[in-house]
Design a protein around this ligand. Sequence first.
Ligand code: HSE
Length: 327
Amino acid sequence: MKQINVGLLGLGNIGTGSYKTLEMNREKIVAVAGADIRIVKILEREKNFDKERDIDVTREQFTADPDEIFNDPEIDIVIELLGGIEPASTFMLNAMNHGKSVVTANKAAVAASWTALNEAAKRNNVMFRFEAAVGGGIPILNALTTVLQANEYEEVLGILNGTTNYILTQMTDYGLDYDEVLKIAQEKGFAEADPTADVEGIDVANKLSILMALAFNKYVAPTDIPTEGITKITKKQLDVAKANGCKVKLIATARKVGDKIEYSVGPQELPVSHPLAGVSNEFNAVFVKGNAVDDLMFYGKGEGPLPTGSAVMGDVLEIAKVIAAQK
Ligand code: HSE
């Protein structure tokens, strides 16, 4: 049987979830790919090689040197799950320049280095996929660029951050304080130890930048998207919204107005009848209006090791099918 070799950069939560998805569904994945998919090398920069992980991984798979992955002619695909803009962007460019296709869940790097990464993929004739970067397990990028591509998009709205949606839901439904809920979200593991990017809307701006580039063919750097987070929201504001039949949600908006696209990230009062108003806690959703398909909504888990691992491995599988057919 043909073998597709994968190098994995980063074995944190999402790396472990991706690895686990492959282990759990290996038989199905191999059958669909028409090739055996093996994660042969894993970059672990902290040298935590012996750390207890709930996956079957051997010491020999680990390396602390990324060049060992880029320079390995046997590796076909590199999965980047380090997070942050650098060194992740440089590592992805290195991988592509060495002829490897790249899969990532890293919205900060994809959004910040959009042009360089897409040009490098084209120049090196390799594939670059990042479904997991927006909405975790929700297949929104695939949907926008395949089955919905015959539409002109009129509007894309999203609840794209589990931490902030959880905080707003708990404050609205149970009258809890912001700090109290943030602590619970951190204990549950979906708010980062440093939640700044979540609560200030930066994570959502990264995701909106990627969505707009695909839906409207318009790249706007995340730092150029008007962005407001949820840190200034008071319980009183939420109560007033409730009394008016509305819910406050942190919304990413991109809308076609004439021949311009209007875009922003910020808290909005949505009438409870709006499909996005019913999206609670850590769930994410993307609402799309296309000029042919009309209204659509995608709903699911926007974070977490296995939902995100599902999207990462889906991308790996799509690439593996193409490479296997050429081998
Ligand atoms: N911290 C992010 C969230 C993780 O809360 O949604 C997924 O991007």
